[in-house]
Design a protein around this ligand. Structure first.
Ligand code: PXL
Length: 279
């Protein structure tokens, strides 16, 4: 059996609500990779529920990295998601430098639906932008992409010209990037899709939209995208696989009538990510 790639996943563990590590770990494991969790915080639920119980794990993740350093451990990939403060961002930077050959993927989680999350202050957003400049790949949603470009984070549709200009601008702002995917972009012709940039080309990959929003779908997309890349798929194929998987999970969840706050019912679909599956 070939050596399994390892993915250091740096983000919170929200115990209920299917986001961050709670979706990332099973998705990567189903894909045959070895996810290694570095939980930045423990929450009883994600923040769309009122008053979750929270424990900050900043001290723990710093000590865990020190331990990995003393063991000489390197990871195939370092992938960061939701981060709560500048100290945690510095810890991700340290993880990057401890695994210099790793694929570095940053999901700059800070906003959605045209608005920054309440906790994402301008200095924190600035630090997240800084982190993006050290990444090989970033996977912002449309609102986050506009914030990274210092544009007003509105929810307007993007014309073809804007799509190309914004993807060019992202690559210029972050010259170390090999690729970028902006999720949830509305085209001026009404379609929704993911904007994918790789090898100097920008492509709009449309998907069928379901008019219901669920937490954690961006995290699930980023995890499947990361897993597909580590399995050797192209950026385009990785983008298609993750978009199809998330779309199917959203569709099944909407059909089931489940309370949207609990995220998408992706578990019964995990078999579709396994290395032998050809759908
Ligand atoms: O899915 C992104 C995310 C992750 N973790 C926490 C969140 C959110 C989005 O709001 O609140 C704790």
């Amino acid at each position: 059996m070939p050596q399994q790639p390892t993915v250091l996943c740096i983000q919170d563990l929200s115990c209920v609500g299917r986001c961050s590590l709670a979706v990332v770990l099973p998705a990567l494991a189903a894909m045959g990779l070895q996810p290694c969790a570095l939980p930045t915080a423990l929450l009883s639920t994600h923040t769309a529920f009122a008053n979750p119980a929270v424990t900050d794990e900043s001290d723990f993740i710093t000590r865990a990295l020190g331990h990995y350093d003393s063991l000489g451990l390197h990871f195939s990939c370092v992938y960061s998601g939701y981060l709560a403060d500048a100290g945690q961002i510095a810890t991700v930077q340290r993880a990057f430098s401890q695994s210099p050959d790793a694929l570095k993927i940053v999901d700059p989680v800070m906003a959605d639906h045209g608005k920054p999350y309440a906790a994402m202050t301008p200095p924190l957003r600035q630090a997240i932008s800084q982190l993006c400049s050290q990444a090989d790949m970033i996977v912002p949603n449309a609102t986050e992409a506009l914030l990274l470009l210092k544009e007003a984070p509105d929810e307007h549709a993007w014309s073809e010209t804007q799509m190309h200009a914004r993807m060019d601008a992202l690559m210029q702002r972050y010259p170390a990037l090999q690729a970028a995917v902006v999720t949830g972009v509305q085209h001026t012709d009404g379609r929704f899709g993911n904007l994918c940039r790789s090898h100097g080309q920008t492509r709009f990959l449309p998907y069928h939209v379901i008019p219901q929003s669920y937490p954690g779908t961006g995290d699930l997309f980023a995890a499947v995208f990361t897993g597909a890349l580590l399995r050797g798929q192209s950026v385009w194929d990785a983008c298609r696989l993750s978009a199809d998987f998330v779309a199917l999970a959203v569709q099944r969840t909407a059909q089931s009538g489940a309370d949207p706050r609990f995220g998408v019912c992706f578990e019964p679909l995990l078999y579709r990510l396994s290395p032998g599956f050809s759908g």
